[in-house]
Design a protein around this ligand. Sequence first.
Ligand code: PEP
Ligand code: MG
Length: 559
Amino acid sequence: MVTLEGKSVCGGIASGKIFMFTRDESIVKRTHVDSSEKETARFLDAKKKALAELDALYEKAVNEVGKSSAMIFQIHQMMLEDLDYIESIENIIADQMINAETAVAQTCDNFVQMFEAMDDSYMRERSADVKDVSERLIRILSGKSTNVLDSDTPVIIAADDLAPSETVQFDKDKILAFVTERGSSNSHTAILARMMNVPAVIGVNGLTEGGYGGMEAIVDGFAGRIYIDPDEKTAADMEAKLREANRQRELLQNFKGKESVTADGRRIELCANIGNVKDVSLALSNDAEGIGLFRSEFLYLEAEDYPTEDVQFAAYKEVLSKMANKRVVIRTLDIGADKQAEYFNMPHEENPAMGIRAIRICLERPEIFKTQLRALYRASVFGRLAIMFPMITSEWEVQKILEITEAVKAELDKDGIPYSGTVELGCMIETPAAAIISDVLAKYFDFFSIGTNDLTQYTLAADRQNPAIGRFCDAHHKAVLRLIKLVCDNAHNNNIWVGICGELGADQSLTELFLALGVDELSVTPSSILPIRKKVIETDVGKIHGDAVSNVDIVNSLL
Ligand code: PEP
Ligand code: MG
């Protein structure tokens, strides 16, 4: 048995086989070939296999995300059959007597250059598809297997690290646990693991070098440990720990249907963070009082091309209808930084977290923003919608956003399309700038939602993705907590409500402070709702600090 240590980002115990995820970073080597006929035949065979793979992907996508999103795989098939593309590869093989991999890579470069030089933005975006199709061919030619899970039995996913776009591609039913060699607890991959409520451990030294792929293992997500080829005693201990965890979970069920009110009468709304339509069932089964953050960018990350207005409308409508009269806060697109969708063709940035991300993309490319807003407003008649905007730093951004929102509503009016007149608009407070001018921003909005993950990284100048920076990225830092207090005060002085949707909202060591600050709503990963409700109900804020102590004193003593 080998024991590996890491840091827990989601509790739980899971046992099964390890699936070692490796990124396909194929470097193409140019080699001479003796027979161009044989090499061409090898290329044509790879093309046939690529077409078959795309067929299977199309079928899977039709079932999971519908026909219009699945169409991208048919477009890829058409590209593979394109005569100019094929001829170029065959000519390079014959003229230069070189291997098919190099011929595909050269053709890809030429086509990408050609597409990128086109005026039409749709055609320019096709360069990402040419790259995708060519990478598929090169992978097949070099004999590598696909990186998708094809086993029917669920597995433990192990990797050096996982980008959010890689994490979402896994079939959730086949994941027992995540373990990564790198990663950080506030990364979106860690957030996704918590959302799926699967045991997850990061920062596991030696994970990818031990040749553990295919071996049996037990992941202890509570202790942040992985046992490879576990002995009998460890297996028995883990089974006992799992039984106890299940017992605790059962006990929490008693808190379903109860109000989230402290013993001294302070109420807080406990809502769920979700990333897609399927997560709504998790929110409901954990008794969420609403959705406090729907990270709509996952609709974009799960797709191969921009989701159309209709595709988005269908998703928002489903979430709103399923949540009935409960509030659903949908955050507009927050692409950028670690959440990259290739088809956005974003230029390379040295510091993407401080670059063109989130609302900045929406303001730079309003056509994308308008499509999303139209879909949102169209869906608004099916429930209680609130829209919020990420990464705000300035008042002018807000004025521009409201201008675009009004224009979208005017277009809907013109088209005779109904929308709700009571959609709330909210501002995410996740930059120090937004927190500091929250008195100004409050005048424009119905609510604030504090994104503590980004607020922490920007306040402390500490990259939330970088595991090495761990202790410097401390969300309990007084600077972060004082900004939260400032935002709460500015919200309440302007009669708007304020919530917390970053990971700090689920930190039970701060629940009491949040209650004393008068935070109106906490939005957390679904599995954290009942534990926090228990904490809220069992807390008597006044009693802890003595009956005569006011909220102000409590806050001051905690900050
Ligand atoms: C945050 O920054 O706290 C937040 C909720 O948004 P995200 O984690 O998606 O950046
Ligand atoms: Mg954020």
